[in-house]
Write a protein that binds this ligand. Sequence first.
Ligand SMILES: [Zn+2]
Length: 83
Amino acid sequence: MKIDSNTPVENGPCDRCGFKFNGNYTISDFGQVTCGYYDVTGPYGWSMYADEGEKIVCEDCMWVDPRYIAVYGIMSTSYIICK
Ligand SMILES: [Zn+2]
């Protein structure tokens, strides 16, 4: 996975599965955009998919969460290249 060295990187671990992941985030016109994980503490609506005490949830965990699937459908769990 290639990550722009100028981009801040979050390396986990995921609060749900405990595994480390490679992700990053950028600030866009829409606010913070994360890749590889979800910040479930921010004001972006992801907290409704978090269990108590979770702050960061990786994509693989989020995409199998029944609450997430109910809204967004089933996502591929294949790796996304974060750029
Ligand atoms: Zn996880």
